[in-house]
Design a protein around this ligand. Structure first.
Ligand SMILES: [Zn+2]
Length: 157
């Protein structure tokens, strides 16, 4: 991979990027040293804000305060969380901490936003859905967030 040289990122630089530029807030999660940011996506119904939060975009930066991890251990990633169940609804590819790390993270956040805005409803129970991966034919599909209680699925079109 060309241009893949590891670039150190400071906590201050990463915080400024996510908070000031992307409007995320830092959250604290148990069992992790890395700095994590989140931005909620307001649910819209018929184009109008519905005053509810269904999904949140969570950015795991691989950057920790104080200690620095070695190259190779650290790649950022973005996860779309279904807030009521705290379950992942979509996961980005890893973003390596190279020169383009922050723009790669921004692109992943944008994709999460797009996915949240276009997520269908479960055909069986009307609940939110999550992007799932069919290992057999390596394709994506939507599955109900209440699986295994509900096994509603939809094809990705
Ligand atoms: Zn369902």
């Amino acid at each position: 991979m060309s241009g893949s040289r590891y670039v150190e990122r400071s906590a201050r630089e990463v915080c400024a990027f996510f908070e000031d530029e992307l409007g995320f807030v830092e959250i604290s999660l148990p069992n992790t040293q890395e700095i994590v940011f989140e931005r909620t996506v307001e649910l819209r119904r018929n184009g109008e804000p519905a005053g509810e939060t269904e999904y949140a975009i969570r950015a795991y930066t691989s950057v920790s305060r104080g200690s620095t991890r070695k190259a190779g251990e650290d790649a950022g990633r973005v996860v779309l969380i279904h807030v009521p169940t705290n379950a992942p609804a979509w996961k980005s590819k890893r973003a390596h901490r190279t020169k383009n790390f922050l723009s790669a993270m921004r692109n992943r956040c944008r994709e999460a936003w797009r996915r949240a805005a276009s997520m269908p409803r479960c055909p069986k129970c009307g609940s939110a859905m999550a992007v799932r991966w069919n290992k057999r034919d390596e394709s994506e599909f939507f599955g109900c967030v209440h699986y295994p209680k509900c096994n509603g699925t939809r094809k990705v079109v």
